[in-house]
Design a protein around this ligand. Structure first.
Ligand code: MN
Length: 191
């Protein structure tokens, strides 16, 4: 069964100026699509042929892991956004952020620092453990907290392809603006 690039719930220009249309055309239209195509080319004839992305993230190695995780990571990332500006964390997630980090602004500061200091290509993640405790982590390349038994809540892609056309070398500015496009209704429902 072939994987497909998911249709986004907003237009490619909706996240401008944080993520402009041209960045979306490359990041979603070319990079995300390439991970889907690569995975579809890699799995036939392997034991992963009928596996879910989650199973491949937890158990596969090499190219199958890398491409399965990048398909999942990018879908998760792109579905965390909304057109027309950010909302605020809601319900149980809002409470857990307060409990875990003291305040929403302290959480944003810690997550932003984690994203800014990923060395090279990778991702910053907010996840919860089996007890519902929130954790911020950094992953290199295609890394995903599912592999560590955690449940992802929010991610920031800090590969240069995520921000270079708008921000060039200014990764901290991209991270600062990233908060302005988060769809907290969707993100809060993941908690
Ligand atoms: Mn990316």
């Amino acid at each position: 069964m072939a994987f497909e690039l998911p249709k986004l719930p907003y237009e490619l220009e909706s996240l401008d100026p944080v993520i402009d249309k041209r960045t979306m055309e490359f990041h979603y239209g070319k990079h995300h699509q390439a991970y889907v195509n690569n995975l579809n080319n890699l799995i036939p004839g392997t034991k992963w042929e009928n596996a879910s992305l989650e199973d491949m993230i937890k158990g596969a190695e090499g190219g199958i892991f890398n491409n399965a995780a990048q398909v999942w990571n990018h879908t998760f990332y792109f579905f965390s956004f909304r057109s027309g500006g950010s909302t605020e964390p809601e319900g149980a997630l809002a409470e857990a952020i307060k409990t875990g980090f003291g305040s929403f602004s302290e959480f944003k500061e810690q997550f932003s620092k984690a994203a800014a200091t990923v060395f090279g290509s990778g991702w910053a993640w907010l996840s919860k453990d089996s007890a519902g405790k929130l954790l911020i982590s950094q992953e290199s390349n295609a890394g995903n907290p599912l592999r560590s038994g955690l449940t992802p809540i929010l991610t920031c892609d800090v590969w240069e392809h995520a921000y270079y056309l708008v921000y060039q070398n200014r990764r901290p500015d991209y991270i600062k603006d990233f908060w302005n496009i988060i769809n907290w209704e969707v993100v809060s429902a993941r908690f």
